[in-house]
Design a protein around this ligand. Sequence first.
Ligand code: AMP
Length: 285
Amino acid sequence: MIITSQKSTLREQIKEWRQQNQRIAFVPTMGNLHAGHLALIEKGNALADKVVASIFINPTQFDNPADLEAYPQTLQDDCQALQQHACDMVFTPSVEAMYTNTSQTTRVSVPGISSLLEGASRKGHFDGVSTIVSKLFNIVTPDVAIFGEKDFQQLMIVQQMVRELDFDIEIIGHPTQRDADGLALSSRNGYLSTAERKIAPTLYATLTDILEKLHNGSKDFKYLAEAASETLNNAGFKTDYIEIRRQHDLLPATEHDTELVILAASWLGKARLIDNIPVNLNIPK
Ligand code: AMP
């Protein structure tokens, strides 16, 4: 596996693979890798001849400097895990290589959807995401890129950006990987204390409860969300939002919509956990 922080080295290698007609998959990450990230690498291997991962903690997508500062860095372990999962190349650029000035850089912004939900809670977050993903796409020039459904809104924003900016890259979403008790794998789970880790699966359990109720015909979305928020808060969470939205644009669902997604963000101690469940009421559970 090639590990490089240099754009020029990466570009040379990509050029060589292109000359050999190799299909290239790309998985962007911020490192501190877990089985959720590694599932994306495996998917990349199934879809392409070569898999490139990036590890870059992108400062422009953090709205809180303390959060950026505390973000876990485990480069050595990450590279070992990537190698074991047959990743072909890891790109680990420095902040200076990616931005000459983080506050004065050219930005890519996907309007509308970027200001909802996560975007409403974390100002500027998605502009940072769409900017860095565009830059990485321009450097890596993959045929296909894989993103986790764990970050459902991010996946939709990347899909819209690729459509609207004519990136010739196929975007693939991959289902959320969970621990046995249902908790979605996340680098931020490491912020949970032992006691909090025991409570954390309540988030997925609460979303699953809404899913059941939707399949049983419940249409009072506002009531379902409010009751779920109360359940979470009684368990020790501080809920940021819990919402039932339309899958295609993430706007509030009406009773006629059948393709829905239940999304939540909730604080548990120092960890802000997010999770979601896509729902299709046309397909029985
Ligand atoms: P991050 O390192 O948090 O920026 O995530 C990098 C990629 O891994 C994104 O596409 C995430 O959606 C994806 N990802 C993170 N956690 C999971 C998970 N539990 N299951 C599947 N994909 C995930």
